[in-house]
Ligand binder design. Structure first.
Ligand SMILES: C[S@@+](CC[C@H](N)C(=O)[O-])C[C@H]1O[C@@H](n2cnc3c(N)ncnc32)[C@H](O)[C@@H]1O
Length: 217
């Protein structure tokens, strides 16, 4: 099979970034603050082009009800919340009060805090408290990698037909081809398992560290 995707040099990557709708000042500030206050953890934040894509996808599926697993300082949740209508709702799951305190500040500044409900604690347990009917339009998975399959199991039955699950870090910087740690193995297993799930249509995008889009049939 031929390879149609081209490798991105730094210049080309900058060109790609410069040719999508640019991040606004608030998003830039959140990225800068995360880098300066949490330099060791800032790499956990999604890429700015992924934030743009999340807002785009949220609008594309006309999402009103969304879930995010893995909030950190709030970039992905801000992106999803901004794509929701004023009466839309996003439930966020994270284990860290410290990280998410920053997220709360930026949600308020963006004027979307009234549509976000943050639940602190292990997502696997907290997800089970969500309604069990298929009511979700969009879900984003970006927390501990060994939990992904659990999150998938809880989320798929809750997605409405046509709803979208977006999964981050599915390439593990390329290590899915030769896993080196528990997180890599968990993602390699996750990628193989969801491929066999006939409840969804799948596309894996080589954006940032790899993003899987799963549309509920
Ligand atoms: C990769 S970061 C999320 C980045 C975020 N999506 C963003 O855009 O900045 C992963 C987050 O998952 C959280 N996390 C780790 N294990 C978790 C668990 N078992 N349940 C819920 N959240 C968890 C961490 O506290 C961290 O904030």
């Amino acid at each position: 099979m031929s390879t149609k995707s081209i490798p991105l040099t730094e210049d080309l990557s900058a060109y790609v970034l410069a040719h999508g709708s640019p991040p606004d000042d608030l998003v830039r500030e959140l990225i800068d603050e995360t880098l300066s206050v949490l330099p060791a953890d800032a790499e956990m934040q999604i890429a700015p082009e992924q934030a743009g894509l999340l807002t785009f996808l949220t609008r594309l599926v006309n999402a009103r009800q969304a879930v995010e697993i893995g909030t950190f300082t709030g970039l992905s949740s801000l992106a999803i919340a901004r794509g929701l209508p004023a009466d839309g709702h996003l439930t966020c799951f994270d284990i860290s009060e410290e990280y998410t305190a920053t997220a709360r500040r930026y949600w308020a500044r963006a004027g979307v805090d009234d549509r976000i409900d943050l639940r602190i604690g292990p997502a696997a347990e907290n997800l089970r408290s969500l309604p069990t009917e298929p009511y979700l339009d969009l879900a984003f998975i970006d927390a501990d990698k060994t939990g992904y399959l659990n999150y998938w199991t809880e989320l798929v039955p809750r997605m409405r037909s046509g709803g979208l699950i977006v999964v981050d870090n599915v390439l593990r910087v390329g290590r899915v081809l030769a896993p080196k740690n528990a997180g890599d193995r968990a993602i390699a297993e996750f990628n193989d398992a969801v491929l066999k799930d006939d409840r969804v249509d799948l596309v894996m995008l080589p954006i940032a560290d790899g993003l899987t889009l799963a549309r509920r049939r």
